[in-house]
Design a protein around this ligand. Structure first.
Ligand SMILES: NC(=O)c1ccc[n+]([C@@H]2O[C@H](COP(=O)([O-])OP(=O)(O)OC[C@H]3O[C@@H](n4cnc5c(N)ncnc54)[C@H](O)[C@@H]3O)[C@@H](O)[C@H]2O)c1
Length: 330
C-alpha cells in the first residue's frame, strides 16, 4: 500500500482522503488551520501537521502527496513534495502562472517523480465520446467552438476565503473554469487569444478577481471560438457546455457541468447511449464539476504500477495555465 499525505484539508481534500483510504494509507495531513488538519487526521487515523515543511522533516516514508491548498500555493507545495521524493497529485489549476508550472515540471524531472494534474472533466462520459470523435476526425475540419461556463458563486463564497484573492486565486478562469479551458486545449490544441474582456460586476468589495468575461479565440488551422464565462448566473449554476461545429458534424455537450449530450448531428454516425456518469461534487451551498476523482486516482495507481501513462501531465496542465494567462494579459 502506498503511503499518502494531503496538504490543505479544505473542501475538495475530503474527496481525496476518501479515495486514498480506499486505495492506500493516508499517513499524514497538513493544514495551517489546526482544526481542519486535526479533524481529517482523526477521521482517517493519520498524523496531523500544521506546516508542510515540518511534515517532511518528520515523515520519511511518504510516497504520494495530494496538493489541495489554495491555487496560488500549488507550486510551492508540489515542489516541496517532489524535493522530498514524493509523487504529486496536484489539484486544478496546476498553478496560476506558467513560470510556476515550469518550476514544478523541473522539480519533477530532477526528483524523477510523477506529477499528476487533476482534470476530472475529461472523464465525463459525453466528453469521452466527444474526444473520441475529434481524435478520429469524425467531425471533419473543425470550424468553430463555443464554451459556456454559466455558474453561480454568491458573495458568501468569497467572504473570508482565498477564493477572491488575486494572489491566491489568480482569476475566475483559474478557480472555477480551468478544467473547462483544459478541454479546449485537449480537444483542439492551444488557440491564439484574439481579444478578451473580463469584469467584476457583482463582487466588488468581496473579491479582487473577475466574475464575468468573454473571449474570442482562433486556432492555427483557422477554426474560431468563444468562451463566455460568469459566476453570476442568477441564484444557481445554469450551464457548463461546449458546442463544436465541424464540417461533418455538430455536437453539444451541456447540462450544468458538461454532463449531458444535448445535441448530435454527425455524418453517418450516432454517438451510442452513454452511461450517466457521476453526480457533481457538492460543497454545501454550491455544486461543482462531475465527481470523477476516482478515475484520477485509478490512473495514479496504474502509473505507479507501470501499467498506464500519466493521464494529465504537467505539460498539459501548463497549456491550460498559459491560455488563461494569455486571456488575462490580452
Ligand atoms: N477538481 C475540482 O473539481 C476541484 C474542486 C474544488 C476545488 N478544487 C481546487 O482545490 C484547491 C482547494 O480548494 P478548496 O475549495 O478545497 O479550498 P479550501 O479553502 O476549502 O481548502 C484549502 C485549504 O488549504 C489550507 N491552507 C492554506 N494555506 C496553507 C498552507 N500554507 N499549508 C497548508 N494548508 C494551507 C486552508 O486552511 C484550507 O483548509 C483549489 O486549488 C481549487 O481550485 C478543485
Amino acid at each position: 500500500l502506498y503511503s499518502f499525505a494531503i496538504i490543505g484539508c479544505g473542501k475538495i481534500s475530503w474527496r481525496h482522503a476518501a479515495l486514498i483510504a480506499e486505495r492506500g494509507k493516508l499517513a499524514a495531513v497538513c493544514d495551517i488551520d489546526k482544526t481542519r488538519a486535526d479533524e481529517m487526521a482523526d477521521k482517517f487515523s493519520a498524523k496531523a501537521y500544521y506546516n508542510a515543511g515540518e511534515m517532511f522533516t518528520i515523515e520519511k516514508d511518504l510516497q504520494v502527496v495530494s496538493v489541495c491548498s489554495p491555487s496560488g500555493l500549488h507550486a510551492q507545495h508540489s515542489v516541496l513534495s517532489l524535493k522530498n521524493g514524493c509523487h504529486v497529485i496536484c489539484e486544478k489549476p496546476m498553478a496560476i502562472t506558467s513560470a510556476d508550472c515550469d518550476w514544478m515540471m523541473q522539480a519533477a524531472k530532477e526528483a524523477d517523480r510523477h506529477l499528476f494534474i487533476v482534470k476530472q472533466n475529461r472523464y465525463n462520459p459525453p466528453i469521452v465520446a466527444l474526444h473520441e470523435l475529434t481524435a478520429k476526425g469524425k467531425l471533419g475540419r473543425i470550424l468553430s467552438v463555443q464554451l459556456n461556463c454559466f455558474w453561480n458563486r454568491g458573495p458568501e463564497y468569497y467572504k473570508q476565503s482565498w477564493r477572491g484573492d488575486k494572489e491566491l486565486a489568480g482569476g475566475t478562469l483559474y478557480t472555477q473554469f480551468s478544467h473547462f479551458i483544459d478541454l479546449l486545449c485537449w480537444l483542439f490544441g492551444s488557440p491564439k487569444v484574439v481579444s478578451a474582456v473580463s469584469k467584476n460586476l457583482l463582487h466588488q468589495g468581496v473579491s479582487e478577481i473577475d466574475d464575468e468575461g468573454v473571449v474570442l479565440l482562433e486556432w492555427e488551422n483557422g477554426a474560431i471560438g468563444s468562451i463566455h464565462y460568469t459566476v453570476n448566473s442568477f441564484s444557481k449554476n445554469m450551464e457548463g457546455s461546449i458546442t463544436v461545429f465541424g464540417e461533418h458534424g455538430t455536437v453539444k455537450v451541456g447540462g450544468e457541468y458538461l454532463n449531458t449530450l444535448e445535441y448530435q448531428q454527425i455524418d453517418d454516425y450516432v454517438i451510442p447511449a452513454l452511461n450517466k456518469g457521476n453526480l457533481a461534487n457538492q460543497y454545501g451551498g454550491y455544486s461543482g464539476s462531475m465527481s470523477n476523482h476516482d478515475k484520477v486516482y485509478d490512473n495514479v495507481l496504474a502509473v505507479l504500477a507501470g501499467k498506464e501513462k500519466v493521464a494529465t501531465s504537467g505539460l498539459e496542465g501548463k497549456s491550460t495555465v498559459q491560455l488563461i494567462e494569455k486571456i488575462y494579459n490580452n
